[in-house]
Design a protein around this ligand. Structure first.
Ligand code: AMP
Ligand code: MG
Length: 398
């Protein structure tokens, strides 16, 4: 048996290639349209957040030193959005959540803990602690501090932070253009009639949606027939892409048209990964454009795209976090036969345990729709119920 390439090693090689061919051009775009893009320059705070000390509660603001235990008169009312005057010595201020603390005040008591007397003064019923219920100026960030590093992917939280600084435009790495190529004489696009021996192209739809979520621009290069002349012509007609992503046609023994064209007009290496599903993978260049060829079976496409192409593309964009989150969970199944390849099984968490879909065929996509994630079983290992396995939520791969 020829040695299979361990997953970690394949990832390392792909990441090294990605680092050698970064997509460095940047764009300034409205923050509202930047979800999923990678920040090209650090987001530096141009102001303190919050910009002034403010109340975390609806209540009363006072200077703690003014409090002797006697009730205090209320000298002003401060709503959020108002600018208060300095606190009159010996008094307190009615204050609402998010309103600026008046100069001189240092402590807020929540309204539930005060008694409003008939003469309008308030009695503080509980012990007070200096600074309680006050959000100090700069609690979240101070001006000049880096709030998001370059290489951060902009998700909802990051966009919230961008907005909190009043920033309306962000500088991001431009979107990668990925040419999607499906190979196979058997493939037909949805909407067309199905002939004898044909199946519908499901990988294109899967990968197009997945790439769009990753922040890529998808160039649909269509279905490539298993034919040398057409393969040559189709590749030559591809517009400028940052990556050609193909599926199918990489199994050993298959008529190797894509491989032949790459050998003529670029280079390629064929990998046999210690990975299941997803053993054969093609890596190369066509006229200088990087190409990754994924196996054609839909579940293998999913696994290799999520575990290898995703970090590869993110690295090309300079993203700092590449790897999906993984969790260690007890196995809710038995794995009695140690395999020679790392398996990623379609599974779910049930009562905190990883359970497997009964159909793990690499040709079956339906079990991935049932699944919440991939259950990783390392090569050479067997498992008893309750043994720790790694679970990667599918959402982490998308
Ligand atoms: P291949 O890697 O070309 O040998 O294909 C492996 C298996 O995946 C075969 O059963 C193909 O019919 C199937 N397959 C290849 N490409 C696709 C695709 N785009 N959509 C659905 N199935 C595919
Ligand atoms: Mg094929």
């Amino acid at each position: 048996m020829s040695a299979l390439l361990p997953l970690e090693e394949a990832l390392e090689r792909l990441l090294a290639q990605a680092a050698a061919e970064p997509i460095v051009e940047t764009e300034c775009i409205p923050a509202g349209a930047a979800e999923g893009w990678v920040l090209a320059t650090a987001l530096v705070a141009g102001l303190d957040l919050p910009p002034w000390p403010n109340s975390a509660m609806d209540g009363y603001a006072l200077r703690l030193a003014d409090w002797t235990g006697e009730p205090l008169a209320v000298s002003q009312q401060i709503f959020a959005g108002q600018a208060p005057v300095a606190l009159q010595p010996g008094s307190c201020a009615r204050i609402f959540t998010g309103a600026p603390l008046p100069e001189g005040a240092d402590t807020v008591e929540m309204q539930e803990n005060v008694e409003v007397l008939a003469d309008g003064r308030v009695r503080f019923c509980e012990e007070l602690r200096l600074g309680q219920n006050v959000r100090p100026r700069g609690q979240e960030v101070t001006s000049g501090e880096v709030l998001l590093e370059a290489g951060s992917r902009l998700g909802p939280v990051e966009l919230g932070l961008v907005a909190s600084l009043g920033v309306a435009q962000v500088e991001v790495r431009r979107r990668p253009r990925v040419a999607l190529l499906s190979t196979g004489d058997e493939l037909v696009e949805p909407g067309q009639p199905l002939g004898a021996g044909q199946i519908y192209n499901s990988n294109r739809a899967l990968l197009a949606a997945w790439l769009t979520r990753l922040g890529c621009e998808v160039l649909d290069a269509g279905i490539l027939p298993d034919d040398l002349a057409q393969t040559r012509a189709r590749l030559a007609a591809l517009g400028a892409a940052d990556l050609i992503l193909s599926t199918g046609g990489v199994s050993v023994g298959e008529a190797d048209f894509l491989g032949q064209v790459l050998r003529e007009e670029g280079e390629l290496t064929l990998w046999k990964l210690a990975l299941k599903p997803g053993k054969p993978l093609t890596c190369g260049h066509y006229r200088g454009t990087p190409l990754i060829g994924l196996p054609g079976n839909p579940a293998a496409t999913l696994v290799t795209a999520g575990l290898l192409v995703r970090p590869y593309l993110l690295r090309r964009l300079g993203a700092t976090r590449l790897e999906p989150l993984r969790f260690s969970v007890p196995a809710g199944f038995v794995w009695s036969k140690a395999g020679g390849r790392r398996e990623f099984l379609r599974g779910r968490l049930e009562q905190g345990r990883a359970v497997l879909h009964p159909n793990q065929s690499s040709g079956v996509l339906r079990s991935a729709a049932w699944a919440d994630g991939l259950v990783e079983v390392r090569e050479g290992s067997t498992l008893a119920e309750g043994d720790a396995v790694t679970f990667i939520p599918l959402s982490e791969l998308f």
